[in-house]
Design a protein around this ligand. Structure first.
Ligand SMILES: C[S@@+](CC[C@H](N)C(=O)[O-])C[C@H]1O[C@@H](n2cnc3c(N)ncnc32)[C@H](O)[C@@H]1O
Length: 242
């Protein structure tokens, strides 16, 4: 199941998506942290730490952060774990990984969620922050998550979800569809940064609904599949490997 229909204004078919997405993040990497910082009113670090604590990340856990990007999730994980030595960060974008490597001494792997060069049953906790829309197939990625988690291991997927209400949906569209990409371009003076945030919106707009994500998690055999939604916008998908 694709997380959204093919965005033919960006790439011709599913085969072209990984290359397009990779170039987008390679070029946008140096701007990413700044844009996310003001765009989410400086709430990002605190929220990323709080949500992992709330869902049970504990000292001693071996953690895999899929789509680690510039390390915004993993840096907060390291504060909870007290060390980065049991953290593995995975991302296909060398540009994003390059920034993350300057922030923490975790293990870094350049790969995609759909094919992870990692051993079965090796992690207690798996995170994926704001990247669900970038995989080519949800079930292929989730099957990989189920494979690498230890029995009893938990996954936590964070995502921004378009609200269903008319007024909230309208405000969301104006902010993420217009204001955020425009200001991203203006503040960074970078067309690449603007394009990255415009694509961010296009994928949120086209994304399958939460019920489909939950069903895809169940379809790969994960249990205790749930979605918690903070202020109706921030989806926290969790599941456990039996
Ligand atoms: C919006 S950034 C999120 C970064 C970080 N997790 C955060 O919380 O800010 C999305 C990341 O997903 C990565 N990505 C894109 N396609 C991916 C795939 N198929 N598998 C894993 N990561 C992918 C991109 O390279 C990028 O670093």
């Amino acid at each position: 199941m694709s997380p959204h229909p093919t965005l033919t204004n960006r790439y011709a078919n599913t085969e072209g998506k990984p290359e397009f997405v990779n170039q987008l993040f390679d070029k946008g990497a140096k701007h990413y942290d700044g844009i996310v910082d003001w765009g989410f009113l400086r709430s990002g670090a605190g929220y990323r730490r709080w949500v992992q604590q709330r869902h049970g990340l504990k000292k001693g856990h071996h953690l895999l952060d899929v789509a680690c990007g510039t390390g915004l999730v993993a840096v907060e994980s390291a504060k909870i774990l007290g060390t980065a030595e049991n953290i593995t960060c995975l991302d296909p974008s060398e540009g994003m990984l390059g920034v993350a490597r300057t922030k923490l001494s975790a293990r870094f792997i350049q790969a995609r969620a759909e094919a992870m060069p990692l051993a079965d049953n090796s992690f207690d906790f798996l995170t994926m922050g704001y990247a669900l829309r970038h995989v080519t197939d949800l079930e292929v990625a989730f099957r990989e998550y189920a494979r690498v988690l230890k029995p009893g291991g938990k996954l936590l997927i964070l995502e921004v979800t378009k609200p269903v209400g008319r007024i909230s949906g309208f405000l969301f569209r104006i902010y993420f569809g217009r204001i955020y990409p425009f200001l991203s371009g203006l503040f960074t003076r970078s067309g690449d940064a603007k394009k990255m945030m415009r694509y961010y919106w296009e994928t949120m707009d086209a994304c399958v609904p939460p019920a489909s994500v939950l069903q895809a998690l169940r379809n790969v055999g994960l249990t205790e599949v749930k979605r918690n939604s903070a202020v109706g916008l921030f989806s926290e998908y969790t599941a456990v490997k039996a």
